[in-house]
Design a protein around this ligand. Structure first.
Ligand code: NAD
Length: 279
């Protein structure tokens, strides 16, 4: 898709009240797109909407829980009513969970499966039929993660959802090519957003000191959501199927392909460090 000017185009971003979602909404608006944005967090969403309005963009916003299919369907109908068309959908809303498999309760599994996988499916299911019927092409962006191809201890739930988003996106891409609709799975590495602060943690991972260390590590890494947003725009322009974002995400991508034993060794080392810490 030619993204040099998105004047007259409409982009949808879920989870636009913070981090990568907010930065992506603003980057799309900078190119001229009108925006439909949603989030479960109304105050974060209101801040994004204020900024979009200050940029003089047409905006439709709604509080939506992406895990609820009916809410996403309502949002899609209202978006078409308010903005007339949909060209780009960014299924971004997501949460993290930290915890060993045996320590994470099934309710937490159901929550993350609902948001990180079903949320992406709901976004595609609600918006794609209208995009296909309009016959004007477009682009679907699903936010996976480097955790969608590199395994790590304490991340069975998060990793499972991101592997699923990657596989889903690759398959969907094949189905939509004939409609001129591109599909990209974005795989960021360590990005300095609120995600570590808000992730639910269980068992040995439920340790305030460990969370603080995680937050500091993400801050030190200092890779911003704005840089991810620029990567997303580039991936749409080049119609990439899979787009790792940040050097560590690229390193993991190639290591996993060329030297999977190294990735497994790093994972075992991390698991041993976790065991030592818990002992
Ligand atoms: P963030 O916490 O800053 O933003 C996530 C947003 O999603 C928040 O505004 C939150 O309210 C919203 N959200 C959560 N549950 C929702 C729901 N049920 N319905 C609607 N909105 C909901 O985190 P972020 O880092 O910007 O995360 C965005 C995406 O990027 C997620 O899918 C995440 O898994 C992915 N990701 C993040 C990183 C990272 O290092 N930050 C790395 C790889 C992938």
């Amino acid at each position: 898709m030619d993204i040099r000017s998105l004047d007259g185009k409409v982009a949808v971003v879920t989870g636009a009240g913070s981090g990568i979602g907010r930065s992506t909404a603003l980057a799309l608006a900078e190119r001229g797109a009108a925006l439909a944005v949603c989030d479960i967090d109304e105050s974060g969403l209101a801040e994004t909407v204020d900024t979009l309005k200050a940029m003089d963009r047409r905006v439709y916003s709604e509080k939506v829980d992406v895990a609820e299919a009916s809410e996403m369907e309502r949002f899609a109908v209202a978006t078409r009513g308010a903005l007339g068309r949909v060209d780009i959908v960014v299924n971004n809303a997501g949460i993290g969970i930290g915890g060993l498999f045996v320590e994470v309760p099934l309710e937490a599994w159901n929550r993350i499966l609902g948001i990180n996988i079903r949320g992406v499916v709901h976004g595609c299911h609600a918006f794609l039929p209208g995009m296909i019927e309009a016959g004007q092409g477009g682009h679907i962006v699903n936010i996976a993660s480097m955790a969608g191809y590199c395994q790590a201890p304490g991340m069975t739930a998060y990793g499972a959802t991101k592997f699923a988003v990657l596989g889903f996106s690759e398959s969907l891409r094949l189905e939509l090519e004939g409609h001129g609709i591109g599909v990209t799975a974005i795989c960021p590495g360590v990005i300095n957003t609120n995600i570590v602060r808000t992730s639910a943690t269980y068992g040995i991972n439920d340790d305030p000191e460990m969370r603080e260390e995680g937050i500091r590590a993400f801050e030190r890494r200092n890779y911003s959501a704005d840089r991810v947003a620029r990567g997303i725009l580039k991936a749409i322009a080049k119609n990439r199927g899979v787009a790792p974002i940040s050097p560590e995400a690229w390193a993991g991508y190639w290591l996993k392909r060329l030297f999977p034993g190294v990735v497994a060794w790093l994972g075992r080392r991390a698991a041993a460090a976790q065991r030592d810490r818990a002992a």
